[in-house]
Design a protein around this ligand. Sequence first.
Ligand code: C2E
Ligand code: MG
Ligand code: MG
Ligand code: MG
Length: 287
Amino acid sequence: QVKSTGRNGFAFFNTEINEAQLARRRMEAELRGACERGEMAVHYQPLFEIASDRVVGFEALVRWRRDGEDVSPAVFIPIAEESGSIIEIGRFVLREACREAAGWPVKLRVAVNISALQIQDGGLPDLVATVLEETGLEAGRLELEVTESLLLANAEAATEVLARIRALGVTISLDDFGTGYSSLATLRMFPFDKIKLDRSFVNDLGRLGEAEAIVMAVLGLGRALDVSVVAEGVETEEQAAMLRAAGCSLLQGYLIGRPAPIARFSAEVGRDVTSRMTKTPIPADSP
Ligand code: C2E
Ligand code: MG
Ligand code: MG
Ligand code: MG
């Protein structure tokens, strides 16, 4: 028996679409000004260097607390990119990450993710220079992470922007390497300082032979190009051991540490890492 595809079915379908669109519009509207309302926070995930057996830096990852609930950046970043709010959010994350890193007693590096729209916006090199000056963070301690889709959109303009930022002494990493359409071509577009091998390859290590071959090939590529390779999404000791044996120099993933407020990593960055903003001010004349 064929179900009716008449008026009711059509109306139901329409309602669903409207609800999804409404939810998206609502999120778009709520993202506007979310930084000013204090709803955005920056969490940090450690980056581990095998040779020194130490955490050598942190990646800044934005978190949106919307009505007391954390919304994943995987959900809201694409919407913020479409609506333009990513400019404001990106500025907030850059400022916040540089401000916090400048206050760490141990001078570790900090990596900030950059969206395509921020590059197209054109004001990024000036913003980076201003933020470094305002916060006092040494340029050499800042890394920007870009994805290849970003570069493919408008390759010439994008690489020019990246070159201007790199001229400040900031390093540039190629994020999610291996997931795009032409990862190898992207490597020729710009002299990246670091390649971050996408976690999908690391995830399949020990389960799929191809993954191991691909990881080895990317590590070889890194050595040949003199670019360090970071393995993303390392979750097990087995994966870490394989990567170590394969000559990978840097690891990131839940095995090393999940993203968290920087205060959680006080042992790594030095003792007094409480954010200056959240620290209760001590009155000058307190007894
Ligand atoms: P990404 O830059 O590749 O960041 C790594 C993501 O993988 C993070 O997800 C991190 O929490 C997650 N991850 C790290 N280790 C593991 C692991 O061992 N297992 C698994 N399953 N996941 C792991 P998150 O924080 O949800 O961010 C997702 C993406 O959103 C980021 O991917 C980045 O592309 C984007 N993003 C996050 N913060 C920002 C930001 O401030 N600006 C921009 N433009 N994009 C951001
Ligand atoms: Mg990243
Ligand atoms: Mg990544
Ligand atoms: Mg990613």
